[in-house]
Design a protein around this ligand. Structure first.
Ligand SMILES: Nc1nc2c(c(=O)[nH]1)N[C@H]1C(S)=C(S)[C@@H](COP(=O)(O)OP(=O)(O)OC[C@H]3O[C@@H](n4cnc5c(=O)[nH]c(N)nc54)[C@H](O)[C@@H]3O)O[C@H]1N2
Ligand SMILES: Nc1nc2c(c(=O)[nH]1)N[C@H]1C(S)=C(S)[C@@H](COP(=O)(O)OP(=O)(O)OC[C@H]3O[C@@H](n4cnc5c(=O)[nH]c(N)nc54)[C@H](O)[C@@H]3O)O[C@H]1N2
Ligand SMILES: [Mo]
Length: 760
């Protein structure tokens, strides 16, 4: 058995194929804290849900393209590759001729796989650009709210997202981290493209004298053994707490007026708001207590401690993945500005500590090799989380960052490397939306719910079945990802699939540039290396790198744009209209959005209260989104094969629910089954159902939404509403539900076996 180097979004590792073909996985020998998610790989690669042959939905094969409610409910017919590629190519051609390229939705959001060449979205976008372009999607589900908001406040979101202080700097300088959303270790093994040496969870545990205030509805949003105190907050109310903390600083004269005058604009507007000079409501600790559930005395005490030393206000990405998700980011920044420590080491404002492994890591900030995508001749785009709206409402106009945009009329959806039936909200609505286009094409490794809702499914290889270059944001190494296995079934590399389509549409030469995948790897590596060598770095040639299995990346000097700005705001102005940090934004104010006014504000919920319990639908500890849900680590966390839902003992007792019971979680949008885990680690009134259990709808007209997800996907319960009109970001982190004991027989899962497949 030969152990070969490879990588994943949860880190570099070694893999080998045994004589029986089974895959064995071992951590990278130099990784001090390998991800538990490695344990899902072996069971996933050969799982029965692998797509092994191209397949076409029977209704589409027999009746041709057109809107259809049968998607996700009908059998598939397995067809030879040539037939499948002929059908897809002809349909792409029909749609672009009859409706224009704008009618092709190629946004294809998702985490596909690690590897710089076989990055599916790059491959798909490159291909679609060559055939005339596509409607794109913009921003991410991760930070879709912040990346629209932050440029208005600090000029460039990267100043906080890419140039965060390291854990080491925090250890040396920071007295107190106030962590809104906590610093959950479960998230810290993941970064796009992976990480070779995981250090973040240990770094949190080892912050020395630094204290952590964990503001979260969950007690365990922090590595065990950290120096932490839990502030169990009501979900969605961080803004009330942040405003009250700022109110204490202001009214007790603990704020830094010199910093506010020198580096910020709008602190007067914010102060007026805090004091209630216009709306008559002072945002005092007594005002905040009934809203956020944190006692007024604790708020006062915390504010004083924040002003008494070096303090980092850390806001996790989860907080902006909510209705009005701009507000906790903006109020967090304003709170940090009042402390006057933005731009000082270990102080100020952080965004993404505890969300992603690379925030706080010290790996070099390097451009990695990447596949050129070309230019998209179509300028139409949607903010990524508006996909269902777009499909349901062609021609409707909506607000986005001060502009009026109009949804295009999509006829063909092409998805490769993402799972909207994982990532999107209100899945019963998404099903209706997926009924609208003429054709849905999906390239997938597995029979995910998205594949099951397609008309044509093209089986893709996984990383283990091909060669690639592995590297993630701030990774210390570039990994030579060797091929470990032959393709499973008839699966082909995404590159091969798209090459086959490019051939049929007359753009093969432009797509491949005459290169095999190996030749692409050499080309991308050597071009990248030449660039680094010209900057004075020393890197081995491709053959040497490939044989060694990895190469250590050169260190590059770190910059802190906010430190430079702080030192001399005139010489290093921010890219905002004022050149300073905007606590009041005249630009945002001028948009006139009631759901995102010109300064951070407490806004009452827009959604109806759909149930008595707050639902938190956060990232799963046992997999990456939906990936690996059929693997061993994910499966072993389930309760009678259902996704665990965490519930406080009081809420469980009130409903006659015991630990290990199967429960039905529901609201007016949908319902799912889940397995109760009763725990004091969640605040009363809150339940936690992580994302990623494969959507498994059992049609039942008695159920809200017309189906019961028998597996436990929380996105049947989340509303498909944007964070606000400003960013139109994903607001999927929260919902309102009720929970009851499930009585009666337990329906079997169907998502862990392939859908009905027939010979032609
Ligand atoms: N309620 C709620 N919903 C959320 C969130 C939340 O907090 N709450 N979080 C959101 C966030 S932050 C994110 S990033 C999204 C994640 O959403 P996604 O990124 O869409 O989820 P994944 O399950 O990672 O989907 C990636 C898909 O790519 C497939 N794949 C892997 N390798 C290959 C390959 O080589 N080729 C091809 N063709 N396919 C491949 C996998 O099988 C998988 O189905 O979810 C979002 N959804
Ligand atoms: N194991 C694993 N790690 C991952 C991922 C994964 O799928 N699996 N996904 C990765 C991706 S794509 C992303 S974008 C990041 C996402 O990073 P985040 O969005 O930060 O992660 P989440 O786990 O969704 O949320 C973090 C915590 O926020 C808390 N929280 C929720 N609502 C509130 C609230 O209203 N107030 C407060 N104070 N706290 C709240 C929850 O208790 C939750 O555990 O994670 C990455 N890391
Ligand atoms: Mo994400």
């Amino acid at each position: 058995m030969t152990w070969l180097p490879t990588s994943s979004h949860w880190g570099a590792y070694r893999a080998a194929a045994g004589p029986d073909g089974a895959v064995r996985v071992a951590p990278h020998p130099d990784d001090p804290a390998p991800s538990v998610l490695l344990g899902n790989i072996a069971g996933s690669v050969h799982h029965p849900t692998r797509v092994t042959s191209p397949a076409v939905r029977r209704g589409w094969l027999e009746g041709g393209p057109g809107p259809s409610d049968a998607r996700g409910r009908e059998e598939f017919v397995e067809v030879p590759w040539d037939t499948a590629l002929d059908l897809v190519a002809a349909e792409l051609d029909r749609v672009r001729r009859e409706h224009g390229n704008e009618a092709i939705f190629g946004g294809s959001y998702g985490w596909g796989s690690a590897g710089r060449f076989h990055h599916v979205q790059s491959q798909l976008h490159r291909f679609l650009n060559l055939i005339g372009g596509y409607t794109a999607s913009r921003n991410t589900y991760s930070t879709g709210t912040s990346t629209v908001l932050l440029p208005h406040l600090i000029g460039n979101a990267d100043a906080v997202l890419r140039h965060a202080d390291s854990w080491q700097t925090l250890r040396e300088h920071t007295d107190l981290v106030v962590a809104f959303g906590g610093l959950p270790s479960k998230n810290l093994s993941v970064t796009p493209g992976g990480l070779t040496r995981h250090g973040s969870a240990a770094a949190v545990r080892d912050l020395g004298g630094t204290e952590i205030a964990v503001v979260s509805p969950l007690a365990d949003d922090i590595p065990a053994g950290s120096k932490a105190r839990w502030y169990p907050i009501v979900p969605g109310t961080d803004v009330a707490l942040q405003l009250a903390l700022a109110h204490v600083l202001l009214t007790e004269g603990r704020h830094d007026q010199e910093f506010l005058d020198r580096c910020c604009t709008g602190s007067d507007v914010f102060a007026e708001y805090l004091l209630g000079e216009r709306d008559g409501t002072a945002k005092s600790p007594e005002w905040a207590e009934p809203r956020c559930g944190v006692p007024a005395d604790d708020i006062r005490d915390l504010a004083r401690r924040m002003a008494g030393g070096r303090t980092l206000v850390s806001v996790s990405w989860s907080l902006q993945r909510t209705e009005h998700g701009e507000q906790p980011v903006w109020a967090g920044l304003a709170l940090a500005a009042m402390l006057g420590q933005i731009g000082l080491p270990g102080g100020g404002f952080g965004h993404g500590y505890g969300s992603m492994a690379e925030v706080g890591d010290t790996g070099p900030l390097l451009e990695l090799p990447s596949l050129p995508q070309g230019r998209n001749p179509v300028s139409t785009f949607i903010p990524v989380a508006r996909v269902a709206d777009m499909l349901l409402h062609p021609g409707r106009s909506y607000d986005y960052d001060g502009r009026r945009l109009t949804y295009p009329d999509i006829r063909l959806v092409y998805w490769a490397g993402g799972n909207p039936f994982h990532h999107h909200q209100d899945l019963n609505r998404l099903r209706r939306a997926f009924g609208r286009p003429d054709t849905v094409v999906v390239q997938e490794t597995h029979w995910t719910a998205t594949a099951r809702h397609a008309d044509m499914v093209l089986p893709a290889t996984t990383t283990l079945e091909r060669e690639d270059l592995g590297g993630g944001r701030r990774d210390s190494h570039l990994i030579a990802m060797h091929r470990v296995l032959d393709p499973v079934g008839e699966a082909r590399d995404d590159y091969d699939i798209l090459t086959g389509l490019a051939r049929r549409l007359g753009v093969e030469a432009a797509f491949t540039e005459g290169r095999t995948p190996r030749q692409w790897l050499v080309h991308l590596y050597e071009r990248w290396r030449a660039d680094l060598v010209s900057q004075g770095h020393d890197l081995p040639g491709f053959e040497e790198f490939w044989a060694a299995g990895e190469v250590e990346l050169p260190t590059v000097p770190e910059r802190s744009p906010l430190a430079e700005f702080r030192a001399d705001p005139q010489a290093h102005p921010l890219g905002t209209p004022s050149g300073r940090i905007e606590l009041f934004s005249a630009t945002i104010d001028s948009f006139g959005y009631p759901d995102c006014p010109g300064h951070p504000a407490w806004l009452p919920p827009r959604q109806p209260r759909r149930g008595p319990l707050h639902l938190i639908a956060n990232q799963p500890a046992t997999r990456l989104h939906g990936q690996g849900d059929v693997g061993e680590v994910s499966r072993s966390s389930k309760v009678a094969q259902r996704e665990p839902i965490r519930i406080h003992p009081d809420d469980a007792a009130a409903r006659g629910i015991a630990d290990g019971d199967i429960v039905r979680v529901f609201n007016d949008l949908g319902a799912c089954l889940a397995g109760a885990r009763v725990t004091e680690n969640v605040r009363p009134g809150v339940v936690v159902l992580a994302t990623g259990a494969w959507f498994d709808p059992l049609t039942d007209p008695e159920q809200p939404g017309g189906a019961l997800c028998v597996h436990g996907n929380p996105n049947v319960l989340t509303a498909d509403v944007p964070s606000s009109r400003l960013s139109q970001g994903c607001a999927g982190q929260h919902g309102y539900v009720d929970v009851e004991r499930h009585t009666g027989p337990l329906p079997p899962l169907t998502c862990t076996t392939p859908p009905p497949l027939r010979e032609p």
